[in-house]
Design a protein around this ligand. Structure first.
Ligand code: SF4
Length: 372
């Protein structure tokens, strides 16, 4: 058995995982943006799970959405219409891009999920924005309490912060294994580990991470040496894309993704009042591209390239994802100034176009490694 198999298996059977949690008496609450303060949901004895679709066709969602809407959000909505998420007790999203915001309205209108909530996360980090967001956090707490008849206590939230911070710490340790040359965990495997953390109980995931950290140094099948790559983008839920780059001679040693380092890099301050600490963390964490003021985010990307000894960068942007499309040229410039080659790839959240992406990635890796 490969050291990553337990994570992969959970990921591949994520709806069964969700249904099992329900059968064990847990509430299961879906979320769709990594700015959703999961700890608050967790502290009412619920399991927050990220909602995402699959690479199949989106016929059901296509009836309701414009052709130029993001295929990732479309695919999640399609899964909801298909009934894949019928086991959810609730769904929460946080204000991010227009696609996600508008699809929230669709969820409300067409899904049968009993509790649907929206957190109005500001797109700046001024003091006024913080005060507003802190009140949003308290409103969200009351909304959950009212809907589920639970009381969310400060001590309960503290415990949840502890569980989530433990997960963040362990994930960082796994990422440390990628600093080696060659890395001990491949990029595709790291993505599977990351995604699985978003769809199962954090306590169970922490247990799996502890075993992985112990077992990985003894593994008999580590990745081979290759061009050390950073991968940047928004959400990426298709490990196949990373496998293509790794088979072509790359090693994705670090990422700058919503479904990667940006999800867990910053802990919640466990020494402060947890309500304020959660608000601070989710407003001031390494932001997604929907936040204004992208300097901080680029600083994180550049820091990652240094820490992980990166030789080149792949930027994956989903078609019609305005926020990322606006930022990509600026990021490429910043990387160029550091002498780092970058390839920008637009992709659809589907099986279509993979062959073309493969050709471009192979040519880029050949060029960077001086082969060919
Ligand atoms: S990929 Fe882009 S457009 Fe799609 S939901 Fe994410 S941020 Fe929005």
């Amino acid at each position: 058995m490969n050291v990553v198999d337990p994570f992969r298996n959970n990921l591949l059977t994520r709806h069964e995982v969700g249904k099992r949690l329900k059968a064990q008496g847990k509430l299961v609450v879906g979320w769709s943006c990594t700015s959703t303060p999961e700890e608050i949901i967790h502290s009412m004895n619920a399991v927050p799970v990220m909602v995402f679709g699959n690479l199949e066709n989106t016929k059901l969602a296509d009836v309701h959405l414009p052709v130029n809407s993001c295929s990732f959000a479309r695919s999640g909505f399609n899964s909801v219409l298909k009934g894949d998420y019928d086991y959810l007790d609730g769904f929460v999203t946080s204000r991010s891009c227009d696609n996600r915001n508008k699809i929230f309205d669709m969820w409300k209108h067409y899904s049968e999920i009993p509790f649907i909530e929206f957190i109005n996360t500001p797109h700046t980090r001024t003091e006024g924005a913080y005060d507003f967001f802190f009140n949003e956090i308290l409103r969200f707490k009351s909304s959950l309490e009212k809907a589920f008849g639970e009381t969310i206590s400060t001590s309960g939230l503290k415990k949840s912060v502890h569980v989530y911070n433990r997960n963040r710490l362990l994930l960082k340790k796994v990422y440390e294994l990628r600093k080696r040359e060659p890395p001990l965990i491949s990029g595709a495997e790291a993505l599977e580990i990351m995604l699985s953390s978003m769809i199962m109980s954090k306590e169970d995931h922490n247990g799996l991470l502890e075993s992985l950290i112990e077992e990985a140094p003894k593994r008999v099948d580590p990745p081979k040496s290759g061009v050390r790559l950073l991968i940047s983008g928004s959400v990426l839920d298709n490990p196949e894309l990373l496998r293509i780059a790794e088979i072509a001679g790359g090693n994705i040693v670090i990422d700058d993704l919503c479904t990667g380092s940006r999800y867990f890099w910053d802990p919640v301050d466990s020494d402060s009042d947890p309500w304020h600490a959660v608000a601070e963390r989710y407003l001031r964490k390494i932001s997604s591209f929907s936040m204004i003021e992208n300097e901080e985010r680029f600083k994180h990307t550049i820091e990652m390239t240094k820490q992980f000894d990166v030789e080149a960068v792949l930027i994956f942007t989903l078609k019609h994802c305005d926020t990322h499309l606006f930022d990509a040229p600026q990021l490429i410039n910043e990387l160029k100034n550091l002498g780092l080659p970058a390839l920008h790839l637009e992709w659809e959240h589907s099986q279509r176009g993979l062959a073309q992406l493969k050709t471009r990635i192979e040519a880029f890796i050949e060029m960077v490694s001086g082969v060919g």
